[in-house]
Design a protein around this ligand. Structure first.
Ligand code: ACM
Length: 642
């Protein structure tokens, strides 16, 4: 009797446990094309094997990746075994399913097995990224996690990306990131299924790639004075200051990075930014400049070298351009492109072209002579002449030419692909001319911008909130989508001095961009995404990856009424937060007044302090906002130029 009672208890207990349907969709970023949740779990055990049901070496490597990750976190052996059929455990197999394309996959989890199938190993790789997000967060631990039940919820996922170009740009010129750090960046990108790393290898602040036969590029061009503070405002370096900051990748380093990336199905797009942004090259080889006295220039250490007050193009204070009228420049570029083409297997080379000042060209007799000879009437045409010659050089190396949208000005080179950054307009124009386009507009995809309010974020000249990044739609209505290769997030590093802050700047906004370029447009939903983002945070914590908590901080809007009274409106990016505030200089908590409607500060108040809570849990950071700052903002002066 006791036994039968116990059995019936077990039965009901198991029914009530197992009857609960999983909600797998809420665990995943980017959201897959199709998810069906089941009930129950696959449980990884000490004797679970990974079966690779193909002799394909890339598929075996994917098996090894998941084995290593599971082994590290669980302490189990989890060996990779090549088998001829699926068995209980984890199965990776290649299939033929036209709907999946080159990067899609099916993931099927039952209580006894996990099966991932794909047309290509890249699809298996994305399948395992999805699978990682279904394991408990401790899967991201770097050491064996104790007392974890390694459950994976029963489900079926079918998934493939919306775009083939899912990029992130890393500027390694302004601040240098080592080979190991670049590899860590790649490791983080692939967690959310990015497949392209654009390396911005050269700029005014450093030349970061070894070019044989041009040793000064790295001996001289990769070094500058080390300065810390608000980059762009530093005092000019003194002649005797040591050049104690720098670094570059040897060609062996580049080969290793490329291999590391390709092993993880990431292509690397190299960028050599010319003819502007070329001070490091000019300092190395002053002959490349049109301007007498360029031999006195220094690699920029963060002092002002441009006057932006007139908009684009900037007025240069030192001539940071290569001279389009100088035959030596094309010989130089031929040498550089030959080696870049050999080092990077990706079909494109990005040749920059952005923000090229023309004021020194205007004064150059060589440029005047070139204009006369070539029938050029404007400086934009001079740049276009340069870009067209450079396109020919790049194509002579078997590569395709790409540049920032400024290369449209003065006439686009015949086969150039355009990366649209000053909004979408350049991309639209190029696509209408039947040129390939990658969209990476500042408006949605510049991850160097502040995550939130300048009162609390490290200062940059603009803000890009997570919600805005999530609104990125790479295909504008007016154009044929076939010209849009995809989208890209860009991380300029003037204000990024170390890897931890780099992480803070990319996460979680890169999750939004990942979903923008992977997930079907019709499935995107901000409220749903913002819930899923918050579920990723503990996973990032476990992986020791820093991220911005800015979505928990309130948004300040301020205006003045007719009588000059401030009206302060507070809101939050995500749902479910209460905002508590004080005007009396004390630190508010959840016992303080809750914001419900616009505030007017008491006459003598000097500070508004705010903090967000979810119930009794503090979520946001304490923000101390001077009333004087709010007054400036109401007058259109403070804050940022968002
Ligand atoms: C750019 O942001 N200057 C391409």
């Amino acid at each position: 009797m006791i036994k039968s009672l116990f059995l019936s208890f077990l039965f009901f207990a198991s029914v009530s446990v197992f009857a609960q349907k999983n909600n797998v969709a809420e665990m995943l970023i980017p959201e897959p094309v199709s998810v069906t949740s089941g009930t129950g779990n696959f449980i990884l055990k000490p004797n679970t094997n990974i079966h690779v049901i193909t002799s394909n070496a890339d598929a075996k490597r994917v098996g090894k990746f998941i084995s290593e990750k599971l082994k590290r976190a669980t302490g189990y052996n989890v060996p990779v075994v090549v088998t001829s059929k699926k068995l209980a455990g984890i199965n990776l197999s290649l299939t033929k399913d036209a709907s999946l394309g080159d990067e899609g996959y099916h993931l099927n989890v039952t209580p006894s097995e996990i099966s991932i199938s794909a047309n290509k190993p890249a699809g298996l790789f994305y399948g395992i990224q999805t699978l990682y997000q279904l394991f408990p967060k401790e899967i991201n631990d770097s050491a064996v996690a104790k007392n974890v039940k390694w459950n994976v919820p029963v489900c079926k996922v079918t998934d493939y990306p919306r775009f083939g170009w899912r990029g992130m740009m890393l500027d390694v010129s302004r601040h240098f990131f080592t080979k190991k750090q670049v590899e860590e960046f790649i490791d983080q990108m692939v967690l959310y299924k990015f497949n392209l790393l654009h390396l911005h290898l050269t700029d005014d602040e450093g030349w970061r790639i070894e070019i044989k036969g041009l040793p000064r590029l790295t001996e001289v061009g990769s070094r500058r004075v080390n300065k810390v503070g608000y980059f762009g405002t530093f005092a000019p370096p003194k002649p005797d200051e040591p050049l104690d900051y720098g670094g570059y990748y040897t060609q062996d380093d580049i080969r290793e990075i490329v291999k590391y990336a390709m092993d993880r199905f990431v292509n690397i797009l190299p960028e050599i930014d010319v003819p502007g942004h070329s001070l490091a090259a000019v300092v190395s080889y002053p002959d490349l400049s049109c301007t007498p006295g360029a031999d006195k220039y220094r690699v920029r250490s963060g002092e002002p070298i441009m006057d932006w007050s007139h908009g684009q193009p900037p007025i240069a204070l030192v001539d940071n351009t290569l001279c389009p009228a100088n035959p030596k420049v094309y010989e130089f570029l031929d040498k550089v492109m030959t080696q870049v083409a050999e080092l990077f297997p990706f079909p494109y080379i990005h040749c920059g072209g952005d923000e090229c000042p023309k004021n020194f060209w205007e004064k150059s007799p060589e440029i005047q002579a070139l204009m006369k000879k070539e029938g050029l009437t404007t400086m934009d045409q001079v740049q276009s002449y340069f870009e067209k010659r450079l396109e020919k050089i790049v194509e002579s190396k078997g590569k395709k030419f790409m540049g920032w949208d400024e290369i449209l000005q003065g006439g686009l080179a015949p086969s150039a692909a355009v990366m649209s950054w000053r909004g979408m307009a350049g991309g639209i124009e190029a696509a209408k001319m039947k040129h390939d386009v990658v969209m990476s507009p500042t408006t949605y995809a510049y991850l160097d911008y502040m995550n939130g309010d300048p009162i609390i974020e490290p200062h940059v000249y603009a803000t890009l909130r997570l919600k805005k990044a999530y609104e990125f739609e790479p295909v504008p209505d007016s154009i044929d989508p076939k010209y849009i290769l995809g989208g890209q997030a860009n991380l300029w590093t003037e204000q990024i001095y170390n890897m931890r802050h780099l992480e803070y700047m990319i996460w979680p906004r890169a999750m939004a961009i990942a979903e923008d370029v992977w997930t079907p447009k019709a499935k995107k939903n901000w409220d749903d995404f913002s819930d899923r983002v918050q579920k990723q945070f503990p996973r990032l914590d476990e992986a020791h990856i820093k991220y911005a908590p800015s979505i928990y901080d309130p948004i300040f809007e301020v205006s003045k009424d007719d009588s000059g009274q401030l009206k302060i409106t507070l809101s939050t990016e995500i749902k479910g937060l209460d905002i508590h505030y004080s005007f009396d200089n004390s630190f508010p908590d959840n016992y303080y007044p809750t914001y419900t409607s616009p505030l007017t500060p008491p006459e003598d108040a000097v500070m508004l302090k705010v903090v967000t809570y979810k119930g009794d849990k503090k979520m946001g950071r304490m923000i101390c906002m001077p009333i004087s700052e709010l007054k400036k903002r109401a007058d259109g002066k403070g804050g940022d130029d968002e």
